[in-house]
Ligand binder design. Structure first.
Ligand code: SAJ
Length: 420
């Protein structure tokens, strides 16, 4: 590090950039945060922050008074951290690198010899080494002689962002010839996890195979659930027992895989090649769970047409308000396509103002329903009582895609409870 207290400019103030900027400011750095979204910048500058995680929201608010400044123009800094979105364009079968391109194009005019650019956004392998490097060199800088360049994947679990940012192990990849030492020193100053170094392309690849591995594991669990139904067995019990083996660790079946990472990142691995088979099949198995749940309900109700269905949960997983790629929204579409009478949605976390959806409270959502489908594993749902459902619902079918409800209790209370 050429300075004892280097300045850091974070590009992209979303799910990762914002908390990272706050953590860096908390570690004592002067941090600038830039986002192309003017409205977001204005909100942050006026201290208007609304995050899913209360501890994180307080932490970010505090950092804005102490070391972290949201800026309208990209500032010179010893480190530029790129945390912009890299969505996958399924029509083109290609990652959309436009935000990354715009970030790099914004950085090069303020670069000074000795500065370092670090990409954290999830990208196809080779992006930092080839694409970002070429873009910086095009503007007249020699990488790595004049400008350091690396990639460090973020691995935080939404819902536990602050703890994981500070405690997860970190992988740091640098382009050939670039010393990882300054980047290691930076991350080491705010994370207690172990830091490992490699080349940038390996680091990019590792991030993708971690998420692809989890997606494949969940697909396996979902296939086990379907097989168990064929053999009239309880898949959860079987998986629990299988996992007692020291080398087996099967994840949990459910209504499918949502969020902005697992359904998307594995696709990056197949860009420019025809190799993924298992990874693509896993995607199809997980996406297919929506139809599987829909068919379960169809069979339980003896047809879906004109039935009133309630979905418990809109978020992609328990304890968060994020609905991106949520299986619940996919189920909503599925049921709408089957001419159900109505589909109502309840969720204790999701704010209707943030989604194009009517979110009802639990009692309202259940009133007169023929069936309820528990889709999201919000912790509150473990305490749901059949008495309340019996009071509100007209029908008696409950599909529990997360195995959160006690079958004996619900069946004894007169419900027809089906589990995935
Ligand atoms: N799910 C299951 N069964 C399980 C576990 C999860 O059906 O046993 C479902 C969830 O309900 C959800 C989806 O999978 O719909 C994804 O949830 P998740 O908790 O597995 O993962 P994310 O998307 O919230 O976060 C992942 C994490 N990656 C890994 O664990 C390898 C996180 O560490 C990454 O930082 C994040 O992706 C990311 O940003 O890439």
């Amino acid at each position: 590090m050429k300075d004892k207290n280097p300045t850091i400019c974070v590009h992209g103030l979303g799910y990762i950039g914002l908390p990272t900027a706050a953590v860096l400011a908390n570690a004592g750095y002067k941090v600038y945060g830039f986002d192309v979204d003017v409205q977001l910048r204005d909100q942050l500058q006026s201290g208007e922050i609304s995050l899913d995680e209360a501890d994180l929201e307080r932490f970010v608010k505090r950092s804005l008074d102490d070391g972290f400044t949201v800026v309208g123009e990209i500032q010179p800094a010893e480190f530029h951290l790129i945390c912009v979105p890299t969505p996958y364009n399924e029509d083109l079968d290609k990652t959309d690198l436009s935000y990354l391109r715009s970030a790099v194009e914004g950085i090069t005019p303020v670069l000074r010899e000795g500065d370092t650019v670090i990409v954290e956004s999830t990208v196809p392998p080779g992006t930092t080494e080839e694409y970002v490097r070429a873009r910086i060199e095009k503007d007249g800088y020699a990488v790595p002689e004049e400008i350091g360049l690396g990639y460090s994947p973020e691995t935080v679990l939404p819902g536990n962002t602050l703890t994981e940012l500070r405690e997860n192990d970190r992988l740091i990849g640098t382009v050939p010839g670039c010393s990882p030492a300054p980047v290691v020193a930076l991350y080491d100053s705010f994370t207690s996890g172990e830091i490992r170094t490699t080349d940038a392309t390996t680091a990019e690849f590792v991030k993708l195979i971690q998420n692809a591995y989890r997606d494949v594991n969940i697909a396996f669990a979902n296939e086990v659930a379907k097989l168990a139904r064929e053999f009239t067995l309880d898949s959860r019990e079987a998986i629990g027992m299988a996992n007692n083996h020291p080398r087996v660790d099967i994840l949990r079946p459910g209504p499918g895989v949502g969020g902005h990472c697992l359904p998307i990142d594995p696709l990056f691995l197949g860009e420019g090649n025809d190799i993924p088979m298992l990874i693509e099949t896993a995607r199809a198995v997980n996406d297919g769970m929506v139809e599987y749940v829909g068919q379960l309900l169809d069979a339980a109700l003896g047809g879906l047409e004109d039935k009133r269905v309630t979905l418990l949960g809109a978020a992609y997983k328990g304890g968060v308000a994020d609905t991106r790629e949520s299986p619940s929204l996919a189920l909503l579409d599925y049921f709408r396509g089957k001419n159900v009478g109505s589909v109502r949605v309840t969720d204790p976390y999701v704010d209707a103002a943030d989604v194009d959806l009517t979110i009802l409270d639990l009692a309202e959502s259940l009133a007169g329903a023929d069936a309820a489908v528990l889709v999201t594993d919000h912790p509150e749902y473990g305490a749901l009582s059949p008495g309340q459902f019996a009071e509100q619902m007209t029908g008696d079918v409950v599909i529990d895609t997360r195995a959160m409800l006690d079958p004996d209790r619900w069946n004894n209370a007169g419900f027809d409870l089906y589990r995935v």
